[in-house]
Ligand binder design. Structure first.
Ligand code: B4P
Length: 188
């Protein structure tokens, strides 16, 4: 199954992506994780990405799309995949569609994590990663509202959207995700 996870920072996309990918036996890729890893290695991509991560801004589309294109070419994506945190802009979503047209199979599901802002603040505050400072969190939430929320309509129009309540225990959210995915699988 070919899946993307969309949701605000701290919604639990990364936490659930690992479990869902394991359960469906597909590879998972978190663009946030790849960018943080590049930063810790200090390579060219990492130096560029680090300035955006620390400022709470999105990394430029062309950089992220190239990461995804490289991942899609990997042999283990043939049976499906789960992208966590990608796409994050309409331009990324359109470029993903173009990439998938070349790979022969369109998306099956776009899952949006739905969660109130005060819950996000609490989770990120507790996590305490270097981009989890109050001012940076505010910027990330604003950029989510401005640039990423239009994706729900983009996928909704094509009947690919599943909206999942992300408040609850990790097991509860996982069960809701699997139910939403099997519903979408039934309609695709
Ligand atoms: P991400 O790495 O995608 O974002 P995140 O803040 O880690 O959110 P996630 O939803 O994965 O939260 P998690 O599971 O960790 O992006 C980071 C940055 O990378 C972006 O700001 C951007 O700069 C850059 N970036 C990434 N992709 C990009 C793209 N496509 N284009 C441009 N830039 C891009 O959960 C958060 C916390 O909540 C954890 O501590 C977790 O333990 C806890 N938690 C999880 N589930 C819970 C639950 N059910 N109840 C309570 N706590 C829970």
């Amino acid at each position: 199954m070919r899946i993307v996870f969309i949701g605000p920072p701290g919604a639990g996309k990364g936490t659930q992506a690992v479990r869902v990918a394991q359960s469906l036996n597909v590879p998972q890729m978190s663009t946030g994780e790849v960018l943080r890893e590049a930063r810790s290695q200090g390579d060219k991509l990492g130096i560029e990405a680090g300035t955006y991560l620390d400022a709470g801004q999105l990394v430029p589309d062309e950089t992220v799309v190239q990461l995804v294109a490289d991942r899609l070419s990997a042999v283990d994506c043939g049976a499906g995949y789960l992208f966590d945190g990608f796409p994050r802009t309409l331009n990324q979503a359109e470029q993903l569609d173009r990439l998938l047209a070349n790979h022969g199979a369109p998306l099956d599901a776009a899952i949006e994590f739905v969660i109130p802002q005060d819950e996000l603040f609490e989770r990120l505050w507790k996590r305490g990663r270097s981009d989890d400072k109050e001012e940076t969190i505010r910027k990330r939430l604003q950029s989510y509202a401005d640039l990423t929320t239009p994706l729900a309509a983009y996928y909704g129009k094509r009947n690919l959207l599943g909206q999942v309540d992300a408040v609850g225990t990790q097991d509860e959210v996982f069960d809701r995700l699997m139910a939403a995915l099997s519903k979408l699988r039934g309609t695709s």
